[in-house]
Design a protein around this ligand. Structure first.
Ligand code: ATP
Ligand code: MG
Length: 239
């Protein structure tokens, strides 16, 4: 059974239909990636799942319950946390304060345990704990963004472009962390421009275009698909 089941999801912005009927599944333990060019609706899909945008039509079932249309805080409380596009760190607040915001839905004892877990996963956040978040490097801010989401002890982590703007060494580090997060029991829905790295780490993948899913399958199979290679892997068809 799917942990997350999206069916016929439509999101409108004014007169524009941004998502035009999206179906997507994620099972417990999976890393599922969503690929696609700029402006095809990936972030809109993530925001609809996390309750930032209210769907016009369709269904989003999480752990067997309908969550479409719930407020974002209610969705976090059900167990879905998001490391959003652009990181959205509060620069004037400290690392500690940013992490505390992520834990707003957990109880006191759980909070101490999550903090411990997050600081062991990201030693750099322990070193910078009382520093203003705005003074962190881009890579450190990405760690803080992911750490803040993990503070909610999610049953599903949504990650929107976690490797964007990072140097190759940090990109590898971020993908290593995604593998570690899944290995620790948290499935991940991953939006990425780095299709090669995303397909290498994911179990299954979806390709979006124009607000719709246009391809879906096992990540390894999509990585070999000539259409995917030509459009997203910079490869030659058949090469
Ligand atoms: N709040 C909004 N109001 C109006 N249009 C929007 C809004 N948010 C997104 N859009 C439009 O919806 C489309 C999909 O945007 P979205 O951010 O979901 O794309 P994306 O696939 O995440 O792109 P990128 O790879 O550049 O992050 C775009 O055409 C965008 O301009
Ligand atoms: Mg986006």
């Amino acid at each position: 059974m799917s942990l997350l089941a999206v069916r016929g999801l439509v999101v409108r912005m004014g007169a524009l239909e941004i998502l035009r009927g999206v179906d997507l599944d994620l099972a417990a333990g999976e890393i599922v990636t969503v690929l696609g060019s700029n402006g095809v609706g990936k972030t809109t899909l993530m925001r609809a799942i996390s309750g930032v945008y209210r769907p016009a039509r369709g269904s989003i079932q999480f752990a067997g319950e309908e969550i479409a249309g719930l407020a974002s805080h209610a969705i976090v409380a059900r167990g879905i946390a998001q490391a959003p596009e652009g990181r959205q760190i509060f620069g004037a607040m400290t690392v500690a304060e940013n992490l505390r915001l992520g834990a707003a839905v957990t109880r006191g004892a759980d909070r101490a345990a999550s903090l411990d877990r997050v600081l062991s996963l990201f030693p750099v956040l322990r070193e910078r704990y009382h520093q203003r978040a705005g003074s962190l490097s881009g890579g450190e801010q990405q760690m803080l963004c992911i750490g803040r989401a993990l503070m909610a002890q999610p049953k599903l982590l949504l990650m929107d472009e976690p490797s964007l703007g990072l140097a190759p060494k940090l990109v590898r580090q971020v993908f290593g962390l995604i593998a570690a997060i899944r290995a620790a029991g948290t499935p991940v829905l991953l939006v990425e421009q780095n299709a090669k790295a995303a397909l290498a780490i994911a179990d299954r993948a979806y390709v979006m275009d124009g607000g719709r899913i246009v391809l879906a399958g096992e990540a390894a199979a999509l990585a070999r698909d000539p259409r995917v290679r030509a459009a997203y892997l910079g490869g030659h068809v058949g090469g």
